[in-house]
Design a protein around this ligand. Structure first.
Ligand SMILES: CC(C)(COP(=O)(O)OP(=O)(O)OC[C@H]1O[C@@H](n2cnc3c(N)ncnc32)[C@H](O)[C@@H]1OP(=O)(O)O)[C@@H](O)C(=O)NCCC(=O)NCCS
Length: 152
């Protein structure tokens, strides 16, 4: 299945916040998402099905050659259809366009689904933050993907 990846906007926030609350025990607030608008370093996009339904989103930032995937989620009813993959690809393309050479992210140790996705995109484990997550408390695994900056 293919999805359209589009810039997120203020009017998408209720749908984004609803997905966020479904999938994370310690969800971002709507205000945290709102603060991701308007910063030149931020990349905030959502995935929509043909009919327009918002099924997922990604928030990332890129600055001074480095970046981070800060949030990525897909509505559970849409898991396994490729939206997560497409959102991650879009963020990595944005990273490359902004001449980013290293992209980092944190993932719960037990989150096998997300870890498989990241591994398949060349992310490698570079560290661990003990007790980083709340509800439930769990270690974060820090992953890094390096990108080649092309001349020109
Ligand atoms: C992680 C997440 C974004 C993946 O979204 P998705 O739309 O289901 O992902 P895709 O359909 O594009 O699948 C991408 C990869 O995820 C993994 N995956 C998908 N379904 C899976 C399953 N049932 N079991 C294990 N891994 C699975 C596979 O590696 C898959 O690649 P493949 O299709 O080549 O097998 C989604 O599960 C999610 O929102 N999870 C909750 C929030 C979260 O954990 N976010 C990441 C925080 S760091």
């Amino acid at each position: 299945m293919t999805f359209s990846i589009l810039p997120a906007s203020e009017r998408d926030l209720p749908e984004i916040a609803a997905i966020e609350r479904k999938v994370f025990g310690d969800p971002w607030s709507t205000q945290s998402f709102r603060e991701s608008f308007g910063h030149h370093a931020m990349y905030f996009a959502c995935a929509r099905r043909d009919g327009g339904q918002l099924v997922g989103y990604v928030v990332a930032w890129f600055a001074a050659g480095e970046g981070e995937i800060a949030n990525l989620a897909v509505d559970p009813s849409e898991w396994g259809h490729g939206a997560g993959r497409q959102l991650l690809e879009a963020a990595l393309s944005a990273a490359a366009a902004r001449r980013t050479t290293a992209v980092y992210l944190e993932v719960r140790e037990s989150n096998a689904r997300a870890r498989r996705l990241y591994t398949s995109y060349g992310f490698e484990e570079v560290g661990r933050r003990r007790g980083y997550y709340r509800r439930p408390v769990e270690d974060a695994i820090v992953l890094r993907r390096t990108l080649e900056v092309k001349d020109g």
